[in-house]
Design a protein around this ligand. Structure first.
Ligand code: ATP
Ligand code: MG
Length: 493
């Protein structure tokens, strides 16, 4: 599939180069490839998306499939979602589809819902320099030029294209005629693997700083390069990301890290010095190669999970990214605690450390409360997984619902903190059992059977004195390795 697409782009390379020259000269230049001149097929568009486009057209409006889905189809990737744009206003779209609802404040959009599948329908946007300011005042900027509301509607496709972020994201597919429409040299950039802003990159980042993150995300996701002019302002404008709402940033960070390209995202954020803006608490670890290796290792493991169709959860991501910070905070509190007469429990100390770190992180990313709870449990479990001598506790730990998630992190840590290896080995069979039991429960749920009948866990061969054979010298060695790790991380002794 991919080679067929590349072959098509190669065949029209001259045409694309000419079109790109025109775009550079005039700012835009329309290129239309008729049905058969490009490899897109109607059958690649899901039925519900076709239904939405057809219904809008039947009601007398223009409607196109647009954005990332067309970009992804053209390079042989499975689109994450499909977007439709139309000349109908959101209110008109609502009237066409009873199964729809308004969402968004910054951009008012309509979600058309079919059995859990959501198709996003946006009304044509208008270009910033059009005469729309006179038409109404629905575009509102903050002092820095950032658009806080942008509900000015465009008159046509051309204006809509100008409001989109990158050239490769402004390709339109007309399902009725089969035409593929490009106004900004998007096909040219797609053929060369380039992410380039539509219009002046600096102005576009001022309007919406999240575009900087999106630019880097597409580089990571598609393996593309940023055009020089689109890369250049990022260093200067990175601080403006602090103005973006923390709820939006939380979503963007999850998109960057949880959908199969976390490792590449991390590397590129680091290269552009954005990590310290997205995770301010990490500033003190940025020169620490051990820290980077651990995070990279964890992210490559969640990228792998994604390719195996396993879910990646935000609490895992934040627990990993901020783990070093947690350790530091925890040990500091523990030292303080040791000097008090009434000392706090390990759980309480972990909770306090977690609260502080979340408070630091919250102005950037609004982590939902449920996720904070899970992060706290994952961190507390890191400490509890060292408690392997108490049988009753061991049983309780292995039965916690976040045990497997926490152990995933623990196992990753063991690669970098060698003293953890024997502990990891101890828990491994519990993990296997827990995973097997979850798999069976899922199977049972799928079959709508009662989970009550699940076989009870047997712990027989798992228990016993795991460290009973450890000599004093081995124990000393284990503790020294633990200290060495803490020193490497600039943590407490
Ligand atoms: P993916 O779905 O793979 O994350 P996408 O490009 O489809 O990538 P969406 O967030 O689904 O991203 O947005 C759909 C389209 O809306 C984009 O392709 C782009 O044309 C436009 N768009 C999204 N966010 C912005 C933005 N911040 N500024 C301008 N245009 C945007
Ligand atoms: Mg999309």
């Amino acid at each position: 599939m991919r080679s067929k697409i590349l072959a098509f782009l190669e065949k029209i390379q001259d045409q694309l180069t000419r079109n790109h020259e025109q775009v550079k000269r005039k700012g835009h230049a329309k290129l239309v490839l008729k049905k058969g001149q490009h490899p897109l097929q109607l059958s690649q568009i899901p039925r519900n998306v076709q239904k939405v486009v057809n219904a809008l057209q039947k009601a007398g409006y223009e409607a196109y499939v647009v954005g990332g889905c067309i970009r992804d189809l053209l390079i042989g990737k499975q689109p994450k979602d499909f977007d439709v744009c139309t000349s109908a206003t959101p209110e008109q779209v609502r009237r066409v589809f009873r199964n729809s609802r308004f969402i968004g404040r910054r951009f008012k959009i309509v979600h058309v819902v079919f059995d859990g599948e959501i198709i996003e329908v946006t009304t044509f946007r208008s270009s910033a320099d059009a005469d729309v300011r006179r038409r109404n005042s629905e575009r509102v900027s903050s002092e820095s030029g950032m658009l806080v509301r942008d509900n000015v509607y465009g008159r046509n496709l051309e204006e809509d294209a100008q409001r989109r972020d990158f050239t490769i994201n402004a390709l339109y597919y007309d399902l009725r005629s089969g035409e593929l429409i490009d106004f900004h040299g998007g096909l040219h950039d797609l053929s060369l693997g380039i992410i380039d802003a539509i219009g002046d990159a600096e102005v576009r980042y001022h309007e919406d700083p999240v575009r900087m993150i999106r630019a880097l995300r597409f580089c990571a996701k598609l393996g593309f390069k940023l055009a020089e002019r689109t890369a250049e302002p990022i260093g200067r404008l990175a601080a403006s990301l602090r103005e973006v709402s923390n709820a939006r940033m939380y979503d963007e960070i999850n998109k960057m890290f949880l959908t199969g390209h976390g490792l590449q995202s991390y590397r590129i954020l680091r290269r552009y010095h954005l990590l310290e803006i997205l995770f301010p608490a990490l500033r003190e670890f940025l020169d620490n190669e051990v820290y980077h290796s651990f995070v990279e290792y964890a992210l490559s493991s969640s990228d792998m999970r994604y390719t195996q169709n396993k879910r990646n959860m935000p609490h895992f991501l934040f627990a990993v990214m901020l783990w070093a910070r947690f350790q530091k905070e925890f040990y500091a509190l523990q030292r303080l605690n040791d000097s008090l007469t009434v000392s706090l429990s390990l759980r309480d100390l972990a909770a306090r450390a977690c609260t502080r770190i979340v408070r630091e992180q919250n102005p950037v990313t609004a982590i939902p409360l449920g996720t904070v709870e899970s992060i706290r449990s994952m961190w507390t479990l890191q400490l509890m997984l060292l408690e392997i001598d108490n049988e009753q506790l061991v049983r309780q730990i292995a039965e916690q619902h976040l045990f497997r998630g926490a152990f995933d992190i623990f196992r990753l840590r063991a690669q970098f903190e060698p003293y953890l290896k024997p502990y990891a080995q101890f828990w491994e069979p519990y993990y296997a059992r827990s995973a097997e039991s979850a798999r069976r429960q899922q199977e049972m749920r799928n079959l709508r059977e009662q989970t009550r009948d699940l076989p009870k866990r047997s712990r027989t061969e798992l228990e016993g004195q795991f460290f009973s054979s450890e000599s004093a010298a081995e124990r000393q060695d284990r503790l020294e390795k633990a200290r060495a790790w803490r020193a490497a991380m600039n943590l407490a002794p």
